[in-house]
Ligand binder design. Structure first.
Ligand code: 5AD
Ligand code: SF4
Length: 461
């Protein structure tokens, strides 16, 4: 009987591709497996169960996961008892086909069925059958709030999903097809999860959703600028929780970014002064083709109102280059807008047609690959120059950092984040060791486009 809890611990490994929602889903899945007697493995080679949490947003992400699946087939020949499954967007999108065509794939779990992973794994293990669970779930399914706290240590930051799915149907995007329509979690359930995290000593809450600014407005068109914002109420309610010190979120949609949200954002001290607000393009013609219901004036007005209230506000964004019919003039409009907003960070994507989406069905992928690459490089170079200039201006200033852990490059140094999400590195005082989750104050002495370097300063308190 494979579910015998006295048997040697069965070990699992989850490899995650894609966005923060996938990282969060992997964490929920891991917590559920641990609850069912599984133990985390260090890698796929010493695991009895391997799950790939996949992404479909761009073709490249799917290709990576398919390559990995091939490699796992070789591993299974050496360790035939292993169980392989896929979850996430590619599982939802192509799971049934992959389950049939890949012999060593045992199960596929859709984006709304994560809570069923332990049961499905047991069934595969006991009966050696292939299983597919691809129905869309509800936002309150068991598991959405499952977290793992390894040993005594709590993470410095925890993701909290506040909604599932997306109903925006941007013309290039596969997410509404693979994650289903927007469903918001009830506020009570989100607040209970945040309280539980605070009680475990987690200082930072990172709220997640495909369109968080539409929280509680499920499936409605963009509201007028003076409409009430359930998301703003949620931010204010989380800020009331003792022990929560910082609140972050991703991603809001500009068309749902109302004045009430700007007010909550800029008036609530615990809400970090960093916003990742996907722009996608700085050309109004392209925004229309993308089915993004805002124009550049609206985007700029949001950025200006936030900066007016809070000059320190740091902006980040997503941009797609090479969308069908994008001309040099459209691209230059994007460059100019990015400069005007002064983004500190940006994720630049080369347009990748996704089957089933409106742009793939009705628009030719007519910007040559080399032009997409060139535009990508130009935006990255602009960004580096701008971020370098902005970071250099911070030399001499003192910031409070939330300590994340030892720096990846040099373990003698530690790394943390400012309120504005800038990474800063410092050398801890050997007399007063720091831990992940602590807050320290540092004075910036050096800066590169990606990192600040600081010296600890004594707390004035
Ligand atoms: N091609 C390129 N980039 C895309 N994104 C979403 N779909 C595509 C696509 N088909 C980008 C968008 C989105 C981010 C998560 O991925 O910029 O905000
Ligand atoms: Fe995709 Fe648009 Fe929804 Fe974002 S808002 S997930 S880009 S459809």
């Amino acid at each position: 009987m494979t579910s015998d809890r006295t048997a040697p611990a069965r070990r699992f490994y989850i490899k995650t591709y894609g966005c923060q929602m996938n990282l969060r889903d992997s964490d929920s899945a891991a917590a559920l497996l641990i609850e069912h007697g599984w133990t985390p493995a260090d890698g796929e080679a010493d695991a009895d169960l391997v799950i790939l949490n996949t992404c479909s947003v761009r073709d490249q992400a799917e290709r990576k996961a398919v390559g990995k699946l091939g490699f796992l087939g070789k591993l299974k020949r050496e360790r035939p008892w292993m169980i392989f499954g896929i979850m996430g967007c590619m599982a939802q999108n192509r799971g049934a086909e992959l389950l049939k065509s890949i012999r060593h794939l045992d199960f596929v779990i859709g984006t709304g069925q994560i809570h069923r992973i332990p049961e499905v794994v047991d069934e595969v293990e006991e009966n050696r059958v292939k299983r597919a669970c691809l129905e869309h779930g509800s936002a309150t399914d068991h598991g959405i709030d499952a977290h793992r706290f390894d040993g005594a240590e709590s993470p410095h930051s925890a993701f909290v999903s506040i909604m599932r799915g997306c109903s925006r149907y941007c013309s290039y995007c596969i997410v509404p097809f693979v994650r289903g329509p927007e469903i918001s979690r009830p506020m009570d359930s989100i607040l209970a999860e945040c309280r539980m995290l605070a009680e475990h000593g987690v200082p930072e809450i990172f709220l997640l959703g495909q369109n968080v600014s539409a929280y509680g407005l499920d499936n409605t068109a963009p509201p007028p600028d003076d409409a009430p914002s359930p998301f703003a109420c949620l931010l204010r309610a989380i800020a009331e929780i003792d022990g929560v010190r910082r609140i972050r979120f991703t991603s809001p949609h500009p068309a749902y970014f109302t004045q009430a949200l700007i007010d909550a954002f800029t008036q609530t001290e615990k809400v970090c002064k960093y916003v990742h607000l996907p722009l996608q393009s700085g050309s109004n013609r392209i925004l229309k083709l993308m089915n993004r219901p805002y124009d550049t004036a609206k985007y700029l007005s949001i950025a200006d109102r936030m900066k007016e209230r809070c000059p320190e506000m740091s902006f980040s964004t997503d941009v797609i280059v090479g969308f069908p019919t994008e001309t040099e003039a459209d691209f230059q409009a994007t460059r100019e807008l990015m400069d005007r907003v002064g983004f500190d960070n940006a994720y630049i994507f080369k347009y990748s047609p996704r089957s089933g989406t409106r742009s793939a069905q009705t628009m030719p992928d007519d910007v040559p690959q080399e032009v997409k690459e060139e535009r990508n490089q130009i935006l990255l170079a602009d960004l580096e120059r701008r971020a370098g200039d902005a970071n250099r201006k911070l030399i001499g200033r003192t910031f409070e950092l939330l300590v994340e852990g030892p720096s990846k490059r040099n373990a003698a140094r530690w790394s943390g984040r400012t309120d504005t999400f800038k990474q800063a590195v410092f050398t801890p005082d050997p007399e007063n060791p720091v831990e992940s989750g602590d807050f320290v104050r540092v004075k910036i002495v050096r800066a590169t486009p990606t990192t600040l370097y600081g010296k600890l300063v004594a707390d004035e308190a």
